[in-house]
Design a protein around this ligand. Structure first.
Ligand code: 4AD
Ligand code: MG
Length: 477
């Protein structure tokens, strides 16, 4: 019995002639003698050495880039430079042929644009190997972080009948015949006849359901897909993205900020410890890519240094009003470099957020106390009657990565706010009950998972950190 071993584990072993089985895909085949074989457990390949005369010419021709193999052999110290060991093959079985003329993943370096076109094959490249192993690791770390703190993982529904953010950016879910839907007398579609007897949509956030659970369990978190039909074709927006939403009873805005900062740093530290090799690969990739940029567009720090810096420094904490004043005082504003206007009351645009983190503070920034008018109905009104206890975390290279707040726990104030914002309270009695029965101060936030993966991997387009990206006019497979 010979044991099958993954290449990542194999490369850690001492090459003492032991016999193993390795299965994977051919990256390259040199001189009819050396196969670089990869199995996705690491970007590193094992070099398979094919003895002269071991395979007939026909079989040799079938060992092409992309073909899948089962290799049995012995692990021996490598005679070649650059690798510790070779796998001297005693038998090679071709599991699947790969026609070199048809195969899109050639050995040369492909552009990320090209790979987005071939998204179904891009997992087989080193860049995406590293990105998605890190993504996996971060997902695991998220559960570990909250589990260790005694939070309960709460599964909130994908199909809902509410609009948590009140922004109207929802994908409708319906089984009504779209060519001829049932209609009311006034001509409007009659959703009473729909599957759920009302109009439903894909969730934009699990927060409201999360609040129900937090006001019973104390500390909960959600981690699931969320959907936004916002038509923004940017490098930071997806129509389907994953969000982590912790919700904590008895937390105020300060506790909320502390937890969010600790959480982000924990995830970075986790990747630094468990994904070093992949991070170093991506750091190198980024450095090479930045060499193509003009000097003033290059980052001051490499990827690893950036992550270390964020780990070792506190996030800057400022109010929205301070943020506006910094922007009004900035050379960028005075030289009319901002595309969007700056004045108290605006929603900070990505260019403003990035100015604050990249040019002014040069570190992550937490902004609190946004104007009530630009924030969701559930945020707690501050004593000034103008601003709410909101907090957004802005990250260098990305902008908003976290959105959160202390929630309005006072029933009368919450209902007033909902009325002002034309949110029908009768459909949200279930939510208001949390405030009617044993209401407590509570707070929570949402971390956009892909934006976090962007930050850790140093990738620049959000389409490249989710396995199957959904963006406007793009929903392949
Ligand atoms: O700021 P948002 O809209 O906040 C909420 O949904 C709250 N219910 C969160 C809470 O308090 N529990 O979204 C939170 C985060 C953003 O900061 C951003 O990182 C990410 O979700 N996000 C997106 N990521 C990718 N594509 C999109 N279209 C995103 N919209 C928001
Ligand atoms: Mg937000």
């Amino acid at each position: 019995f010979i044991k099958r071993i993954k290449i990542k584990e194999l490369l850690k072993a001492e090459p003492t002639g032991q016999e193993v089985i390795v299965m994977g895909w051919v990256r390259t085949f040199r001189n009819n003698q050396f196969i670089a074989l990869n199995d996705g457990s690491t970007n590193n390949n094992i070099q398979v050495v094919v003895a002269l005369g071991m395979l007939d010419d026909d079989t040799l021709k079938r060992i092409t880039t992309g073909a899948s193999l089962k290799v049995t052999g012995n692990i021996v110290p490598s005679l070649g430079k650059g690798q510790k060991m070779d796998l001297t093959a005693t038998s090679i079985e071709i599991l699947g042929d790969c026609d070199a003329a048809e195969y899109p993943m050639q050995q040369k370096k492909h552009s990320l644009e090209f790979l987005r076109e071939k998204a179904h094959m891009r997992f087989r490249t080193n860049t995406f190997g590293s990105v998605f192993r890190i993504r996996h690791s971060l997902a695991f770390a998220i559960h570990k972080f909250f589990n260790d703190k005694g939070f309960v993982y709460m599964h909130t529904p994908v199909i809902t009948s509410s609009d948590a953010e009140g922004a109207g950016e929802m994908f409708r879910v319906t089984t009504l015949p779209m060519d001829n839907p049932p209609r009311n007398e006034d001509g409007a579609i009659n959703f009473k006849e729909d599957f759920f007897g009302k109009s439903t949509n894909l969730t934009v956030s699990g927060q409201l359901e999360g609040e129900l659970a937090a006001t019973a369990f104390g500390d909960i978190y959600t981690f699931g897909p969320t959907f936004r039909a916002e038509n923004s074709n940017t490098t930071r927006h997806l129509a389907e993205f994953w969000m982590i939403e912790p919700e904590m009873a008895f937390y105020d805005i300060e506790d909320n900020m502390n937890l969010a900062e600790e959480f982000i740093k924990y995830l970075i530290a986790y990747a630094m410890e468990h994904n070093r090799e992949d991070l170093e690969f991506l750091a190198q990739r980024l450095a090479e890519e930045e060499k193509q940029l003009p000097a003033d567009k290059r980052s001051e720090l490499g990827l690893i240094e950036k992550l270390e810096f964020v780990l070792n420094n506190g996030f800057e904490r400022i109010t929205y009003t301070e943020a506006i004043n910094i922007l009004l005082d900035s050379p960028a504003y005075k030289k009319k470099k901002f595309q969007y206007e700056v004045s108290w009351g605006i929603d900070l645009q990505s260019e403003h957020e990035r100015y604050l983190v990249e040019k002014h503070f040069k570190k992550p920034v937490i902004v609190t106390g946004y104007p009530a008018a630009i924030k969701a109905f559930y945020m707690r009104m501050n004593d000034d009657g103008k601003t709410v206890a909101a907090m957004d975390i802005l990250a260098p290279g990305i902008g908003e990565i976290v959105g959160g707040s202390q929630r309005e726990e006072r029933l009368d104030k919450l209902m007033q706010r909902m009325k002002d914002m034309h949110i029908p309270t009768e459909e949200m009695e279930w939510y208001l009950d949390t405030r009617r029965f044993g209401t407590v101060p509570h707070a929570g936030f949402g971390l956009g998972f892909e934006r976090m993966v962007l930050f850790v991997t140093g990738m620049t387009n959000i389409r490249d950190v989710i396995p199957f990206a959904r963006t406007p006019k793009n929903c392949e497979f």
